[in-house]
Ligand binder design. Structure first.
Ligand code: ACM
Ligand code: ZN
Length: 528
């Protein structure tokens, strides 16, 4: 081949290598306007990213951008990529990216907006190798909901801090900004309480676990247990570090200590807290236990205030999750202490007795500037004054709460329970709790019920997926359950209904899956 021909082949190859990006990431930006001039810029290593002097959050944003894009950080001076504030918008998470003659500007309505702009640019280019060509463009994003959550249950199975950080990275990649952390349950207590050391030392240990698909002890004679203890708790030092890690990524951790049900692990070390006095053992099976906290025993509130006091010391979140789900009232009905307390309070229904505890917790937490959120069962005895509601048994609880002008997070089992199977063929997937929640169903979720008035609809803060882990045994398995369903949830959380399009989402997903591969995330490769 002569030199000239060789040069032409080389030039053609290089042209092919200079991939031109289209900014069509997940969640899809609200607007992508490619400049009609057809001009573009090449992103190359050695370029600089600048941020406003002395703004530490913007400095951290610049470091993220530098890490993702292979750039160098520079304070204040104009860089090739400029991070700035001042985007005029009431939504702090809004961003606008301008790619033009003067380089790239990522402007946010606040630092979080800049962070989301960086994520969009990152996802636009991350799968490209060689030269990356950025067409001159104007790209902006604005999330539909302020609350964009994902719940992870670390009680049924314990997940190490390294995975929790990876989980937070996964949320950040998807523009999700709330991590609802389920820290305690019948099957294990994971939150260190310094004043109550038995919780971490003993209530965190489940000596064995029921084998196979089981709910409760429906057939005690034929129940098989493994002999593998499930243990682990998070020290307050570790949790503070995780809180910091999440904050840098604009994620608020909402901790949940579930009460008055789902408390057997705590009752196993403090049996006075239960109506019968026990003894209790950290539960080795799944399902809903009859044994709950004795609300007639003054020690119970004392215990709760100690636990939540330390919880607030560690987690700065305004919302604190008090659980409230699946708490049978049979023990309260038969308990002299509970019945006497109900009589003293003038209550006739056990559901109202649960509201009594919620009100006590609300008052206690309000002194610390916090607000309670609970599962939709908390509606049954009447909501306490400022309680927010997490609607999981369908949309009805959330709807009722919104009509009462209480804040709501929608997380109905029908669209948000990602512990369910994601494919019809169960044999093609690891054992799961049951159900069927394919990717397309998550994508189709509409968090705002159509029959709410405009005023009532304002109380729907957002939506979240929940990953319960009875049958999720490892970080790899958790990632497989999360991805790509979180991608669908992120468009539910970010996009206006008219901007959603499942077919186009699937096209964009090809590129996001490539990003999952690059980042070492496990995901379900088939979807329905
Ligand atoms: C729940 O799934 N029990 C809230
Ligand atoms: Zn009792």
């Amino acid at each position: 081949m002569n030199k000239r021909l060789l040069f032409l082949v080389f030039a053609a190859l290089s042209l092919n290598l200079a991939a031109e990006v289209n900014y069509q990431v997940i969640p899809l930006p609200q607007q992508i306007s490619i400049d009609k001039s057809g001009q573009s810029m090449i992103l190359s290593e050695g370029m600089t990213v600048s941020y406003p002097a002395k703004n530490l959050k913007m400095k951290r944003n610049a470091e993220f951008a530098a890490e993702y894009l292979g750039l160098t950080v520079t304070e204040n001076k104009k860089g090739d990529v400029n991070l700035t504030l001042g985007l005029k918008s009431n939504n702090p998470d809004d961003y606008a990216i301008n790619i033009g003659k003067k380089g790239i500007t990522i402007q946010g309505a606040s630092e979080s907006g800049v962070f989301y702009g960086i994520q969009t640019l990152r996802k636009s280019v991350m799968n490209e190798t060689g030269e990356v060509r950025l067409p001159y463009a104007w790209v902006c994003g604005s999330p539909r909901f302020s609350y964009r959550g994902t719940e992870l249950d670390c009680a049924r199975h314990f997940f190490p801090i390294a995975f929790i950080k990876k989980f937070i990275d996964i949320l950040a990649l998807h523009g999700i900004n709330r991590f609802h952390w389920h820290l305690t349950d019948d099957q294990g207590w994971r939150f260190e309480v310094k004043a109550l050391p038995e919780l971490a030392a003993k209530a965190s240990i489940r000596p064995c676990t029921i084998v196979g698909k089981n709910i409760g002890l429906s057939d005690p004679d034929n129940t098989i247990y493994d002999d593998t203890p499930e243990t682990g708790y998070y020290s307050q030092e570790e949790l503070r570090e995780v809180v910091r890690y999440a904050e840098e990524r604009y994620i608020t951790i909402i901790p949940e200590i579930d009460l008055p049900g789902h408390m057997i692990a705590a009752m196993s070390v403090y049996p006075d807290l239960g109506c019968t006095g026990g003894p209790y053992k950290v539960w080795s099976c799944w399902g809903v236990a009859d044994d709950v906290l004795c609300a007639g025993n003054p020690k119970t509130l004392e215990f709760l205030k100690t636990v939540y006091g330390e919880l607030c010391d560690v987690f700065p979140s305004k919302l604190i999750h008090i659980g409230g789900d699946e708490s049978p009232r049979v023990r309260w009905k038969a308990c002299p202490k509970c019945q006497a307390k109900m009589k003293e309070l003038g209550l006739t229904k056990e559901a109202e007795f649960q509201t009594y505890i919620n009100k006590e917790m609300e008052a206690f937490l309000a002194q610390k500037g916090r607000q309670i959120i609970g599962w939709d069962e908390t509606l049954e005895g009447g909501l306490s004054e400022n309680a927010a509601v997490m609607s999981w048994r369908g949309y009805e609880g959330g709807k009722a709460a919104a009509k009462l002008h209480h804040q709501v997070v929608m997380t109905p089992t029908s669209h948000c329970y990602i512990d369910y199977y994601q494919l019809k063929n169960h044999d093609a997937q690891p054992l799961a709790i049951g159900g069927y929640l394919p990717l397309s169903k998550v994508y189709s979720m509409e968090p705002v019920p159509a029959d709410l008035t405009k005023e009532e609809a304002k109380y729907i803060m957002g939506a979240q997926c929940n990953l319960w882990t009875e049958y999720v045994l490892s970080p790899d398995h958790a990632e497989y359950m999360l991805l790509p369903r979180l991608a669908a949830m992120s468009e539910v959380q970010w996009l206006q209904p008219e901007a959603k399009n499942y077919e186009q989402f699937l096209e964009r997903l090809v590129s996001l899956e490539q990003a999952y591969r690059l980042l070492g995330y496990k995901f379900c490769k088939a979807y329905e």
